[in-house]
Design a binder for this molecule. Structure first.
Ligand code: TRP
Length: 449
C-alpha cells in the first residue's frame, strides 16, 4: 500500500502511541483496580506483567503491523495467506466496540466535570455532597448521554480526518503537560494530613492478598493500560516509518505509561485516606476524590478545570486509537471512504455507550452474568478479550510467523543491534502465552495459585 500515511516524526510516533496507552486506564482505572485488589501487592504483580508480558507482546504487535502495513485483519491475511489468524483482528474490532462503549461513558463524565468546574459547581462541597451529586448525575438518563455524544462527535471529527499532524502535535504538548500537572497534584496530596496511610497502601505489599483473581486483574489492567491485545498497536505500527525503533518505542511506552499510573495512585490514595473515602470503591473514585483535593489548592478553579480537561484529552487520544482499529478495517476492506467508515463505527459506539451509561440508572438491575452492562463490557474486554488476543498474538509471532520477518522488524533490517532478540523471542514464545494461559485457567477455577 504505497500511498499509506505514516507518522511524520519520531516524537509523533511516541506521542501518538503513549497517547493511546496513557488514558483513563491510568488515571481512572488503575487506582480503583489497585484499591479493590489489595494495593501494593497488586502493583507488584502489575509491574511484572507490564515488563515481562506487556512489552514483549507490544513488540510482537508492532512487528505484525509494520511488516504488513495494513489494518489488523488484513495484516494477518498478508503475512499468513489462507489461514484463519485474522480472527485475532476480528476479535480486536469487537473488543474495541466494547471498550469504546464503557470508556466513552467515563470520558463523558470527565466533560461534565470540566463544565462543573468551569461553572464553579464543585466549590464548597463536602465529601458526602460530592458523592451524592456524582451518583445523582451518573444515574441520570439524559445528562450523561449528552456528554457522551459530544465526546463521540469529537472522535468523529478527528478520526474521519485521518492520521493528522494535529493529533501528533496536540499529543506532543498535552502528554508532557499531563505529567507536570500530575506531579503538582501528587506533591499536594502527600502533604495532606493522614496521607502516609495512603502511600503505605500503595507501596507496602501484603503478599497474602495475591491470589488468582488479583493476578488475573493485574494482567487485564496491564493489557488495558498498554492498549494491547486487540490490534490498536498493530494498526498504529502500520503507520510507523521504516526507521522507527520498535523495541525502544515499546520500552518507552511501558515506562511512561506505568509512571503515569503510579503517579495517579500517589495522587489519589493519600487523598482518599485523608478524606476518609474508601479506596476500594469502583469507577467513581476519581470523580469523588479529586474534586476534594482541588478545594485544598490555591486557585482550585484553575486546577480543577485544567485537570478535567487533561483527563478528557488523555481519554480522547486513547479513543482515537481505538476507533482507528475499526475505521482502518472498514475503510480498507470495504473500500468505503474514511468518513463513512468512521460514521459506521461511531454508530456502533453510540449504541454500546448508551447501554453502558443507562446501566448506572434505569438499567442498573439488568445483569449479564451477574454484572451490569458497564461492568460486563469492561470485564469481558479487559479480562478476557485482551489477554486472549495477547496470547494469540504471542503464539502467532512466536511460533507461526517467520522469525526472519520478526528479526528484520526488530532490527530495522539489521541496522540496529538487537542482543536481546533471543530473550525477546523467549518471552514471546513461552513466558507470555504460558503465563496468560495459566492465569486464565486459575481464573476459571481449574486450580489455585
Ligand atoms: N490504554 C488506554 C488507557 O489506558 C485505553 C486504550 C486505548 C485501549 N486503546 C486501547 C485499551 C486498546 C485496550 C486496547 O486508557
Amino acid at each position: 500500500m504505497s500511498n499509506r500515511t505514516t507518522f511524520t516524526t519520531k516524537l509523533g510516533v511516541i506521542a501518538a502511541t503513549v497517547g493511546s496507552a496513557v488514558g483513563l486506564g491510568n488515571i481512572w482505572r488503575f487506582p480503583y483496580e489497585t484499591g479493590q485488589n489489595g494495593g501494593a501487592a497488586f502493583l507488584l504483580v502489575y509491574l511484572i506483567c507490564v515488563f515481562f508480558i506487556g512489552v514483549p507482546v507490544m513488540i510482537a504487535e508492532f512487528s505484525i503491523g509494520r511488516s504488513a502495513k495494513a489494518n489488523a485483519n488484513k495484516a494477518y491475511k498478508i503475512l499468513s495467506p489462507g489461514t484463519h489468524w485474522n480472527i485475532i483482528g476480528i476479535m480486536g474490532i469487537f473488543a474495541s466496540i466494547f471498550i469504546l462503549g464503557f470508556y466513552s461513558v467515563i470520558a463523558g463524565w470527565t466533560l461534565e466535570y470540566v463544565f462543573q468546574a468551569l461553572t464553579n459547581g464543585l466549590a464548597g462541597k463536602s465529601a458526602a455532597e460530592f458523592q451524592e451529586s456524582f451518583t445523582g448525575f451518573s444515574s441520570d438518563t439524559f445528562r450523561p448521554l449528552i456528554w457522551i455524544f459530544l465526546f463521540l462527535a469529537l472522535n468523529y471529527f478527528i478520526v474521519s480526518r485521518g492520521i493528522k499532524d494535529g493529533i501528533e502535535k496536540a499529543s506532543n504538548i498535552l502528554t508532557p503537560l499531563l505529567f507536570v500537572i500530575l506531579i503538582v497534584f501528587c506533591i499536594r496530596s502527600i502533604f495532606l494530613p493522614g496521607a502516609s496511610e495512603g502511600l503505605k497502601f500503595l507501596f507496602h505489599p501484603d503478599f497474602s492478598k495475591i491470589d488468582s483473581n488479583v493476578i488475573l486483574r493485574a494482567m487485564g489492567q496491564a493489557f488495558f493500560s498498554l492498549s494491547l491485545g486487540m490490534g490498536t498497536l498493530t494498526t498504529y505500527a502500520s503507520y510507523f516509518s521504516d526507521n522507527t525503533n520498535l523495541s525502544k518505542t515499546a520500552v518507552t511506552v511501558g515506562i511512561l505509561d506505568t509512571t503515569v499510573a503510579v503517579l495517579a495512585g500517589v495522587l489519589i490514595f493519600p487523598a482518599a485516606f485523608s478524606f476518609g473515602i474508601d479506596p476500594s470503591q469502583g469507577p467513581e473514585l476519581v470523580f469523588i476524590t479529586l474534586p476534594n483535593i482541588f478545594q485544598h489548592l490555591p486557585g482550585s478553579l484553575f486546577w480543577s478545570v485544567l485537570f478535567f480537561i487533561l483527563l478528557s484529552v488523555a481519554a480522547l487520544t486513547s479513543t482515537i486509537s481505538l476507533c482507528e482499529v475499526g475505521v482502518a478495517y472498514l475503510h480498507e476492506e470495504f473500500g468505503i471512504t474514511r468518513k463513512k467508515a468512521t460514521r459506521i463505527l461511531i454508530a456502533f459506539c453510540i449504541v454500546s455507550s448508551t447501554l453502558c451509561s443507562l446501566s448506572f440508572g434505569v438499567l442498573k438491575d439488568f445483569k449479564l452474568f451477574g454484572l451490569t452492562i458497564f461492568n460486563f463490557c469492561d470485564f469481558t474486554a479487559s479480562n478476557i478479550l485482551l489477554p486472549l488476543g495477547g496470547m494469540l498474538i504471542a503464539i502467532y509471532v512466536g511460533w507461526v510467523l517467520n522469525k526472519k520477518i520478526v528479526f528484520n522488524e526488530v532490527s530495522n533490517r539489521q541496522s540496529l543491534k538487537v542482543g536481546f532478540f533471543k530473550l525477546l523471542i523467549f518471552c514471546i514464545q513461552y513466558i507470555a502465552p504460558i503465563a496468560i494461559a495459566l492465569i486464565f485457567l486459575s481464573g476459571l477455577g481449574v486450580f489455585n495459585v
